[in-house]
Design a protein around this ligand. Structure first.
Ligand SMILES: [Zn+2]
Length: 80
């Protein structure tokens, strides 16, 4: 997986909130947020996810999306 830096995450979060990121980009931003203390202090991951879920609930059932995101987060955090 390609590493994204904090600058890319800053830009990415905006698109993230509008659900305009592809799944791969979403994973990269999620992975960075999960592992970067600097970004973690800037962005409340739960708030971001809640907004993503709200935006996306027209397309994907919210529960399903939340589960996917949380599964992904757990996976990422287990790699530490
Ligand atoms: Zn960062």
């Amino acid at each position: 997986m390609k590493k994204v830096d904090c600058e890319e995450v800053k830009k990415g979060v905006h698109e993230y909130l509008h659900s305009e990121l592809h799944e791969e980009e979403l994973e990269q931003v999620t992975a960075h947020l999960a592992n970067c203390d600097s970004c973690e202090s800037h962005y409340d991951i739960e708030v971001i996810f809640n907004q993503v879920i709200q935006r996306a609930c027209d397309e994907v059932p919210a529960e399903q999306l939340a589960e996917r995101v949380m599964d992904r987060l757990r996976e990422i955090q287990q790699h530490d």
